[in-house]
Design a protein around this ligand. Structure first.
Ligand code: C2E
Ligand code: CA
Ligand code: CA
Length: 252
């Protein structure tokens, strides 16, 4: 993308965030044994007036490089709190935090203040942070995580197995859950090395007292394999696509 079109995209995304055009869709997270929906993940969508619904991979990088990913996050979080309080079922809601946001030392206090103002219970909120980014400043993140954790907010390490985190990070930070990246699940039945990696992630997580979520489950075969391997939770098109706040309520 040329610098001019990058700047235009960044300006358009900033306006979209201000104008309430960026909001969450929700994808179910299912307990594999009971098949109950125990949580949902909030995934950002941009309802563009001309181009329709735009996926986050097109606009999150612009929000990160444009320095307003924090505004986008808080826009999402406010909507999540309002939506979640309307649902009959008090499921947990996971929200994605970008590694860029850990530059903001006030991040934890700002999150807690949104929960306080909306009345959303902290134990229903889960924060997902991706390990797939070399930018994550783990020592800064640790301070923020400890504050969130002390208030009952859960923490998940996203896209595990693909990025730059190491076992030390898993142990060092107070995570509750590990999300196994969907690239491992895609060929889980075909590739023995994927099965070995996923089994090791599940075993390691269990040793550390963390639960595991298998991401990107699309078939019954993948689901059965994960359940057999001892993974507790799963997410993917097999269980449900990301849906609007109103549509997801019917599923809960
Ligand atoms: P993610 O956090 O790993 O979210 C899961 C992505 O996998 C979602 O894509 C979801 O729609 C997709 N997915 C779920 N199940 C399946 C499946 O069975 N098969 C396949 N092929 N895909 C599946 P989506 O919504 O396009 O989001 C892409 C990424 O954008 C997210 O990956 C996350 O990293 C980022 N993102 C989304 N919303 C936000 C946000 O509010 N803030 C930040 N910082 N990042 C966000
Ligand atoms: Ca995520
Ligand atoms: Ca993920």
């Amino acid at each position: 993308m040329s610098p001019a079109s990058q700047a235009a995209l960044s300006g358009a995304v900033r306006e979209a965030v201000r104008g309430d055009q960026v909001y969450p869709h929700y994808q179910p997270i299912v307990e594999l044994v009971s098949r109950d929906v125990v949580a949902v993940e909030a995934l950002a969508r941009w309802a563009h007036p001309c181009d329709g619904l735009i996926a986050p991979e097109r606009f999150i990088p612009a929000a990160e490089s444009g320095g307003f990913i924090g505004d986008l996050f808080f826009q999402m979080l406010r909507r999540v709190c309002v939506d979640g309080l309307k649902w009959r079922s008090p499921v947990q809601i996971a929200v994605n935090v970008s590694p860029h946001q850990f530059h903001d030392a006030g991040l934890a206090d700002k999150i807690l203040s949104v929960l306080d103002r909306t009345g959303f219970p902290p134990h229903r909120l889960e924060i997902e942070v991706t390990e797939g980014n070399p930018m994550l400043d783990w020592s800064r993140a640790a301070k923020i995580f400890q504050t969130l954790k002390a208030h009952g907010i859960r923490l998940a390490l996203d896209d595990f197995g693909t990025g730059y985190a190491n076992l030390g990070h898993l142990h060092m930070l107070p995570f509750d859950r590990v999300k196994i990246d969907r690239s491992f699940l895609q060929a889980i039945l075909e590739r023995a090395e994927n099965r070995t990696i996923v089994r090791s992630i599940i075993a390691l997580s269990r040793e550390l007292g963390l639960s595991t979520i298998g991401e990107g489950v699309e078939t019954v075969g993948q689901m059965d394999w994960l359940k057999e391997a001892g993974c507790e939770l799963a997410q993917g098109h097999y269980f449900g696509f990301p849906l609007s706040a109103e549509a997801i309520e019917d599923l809960l």
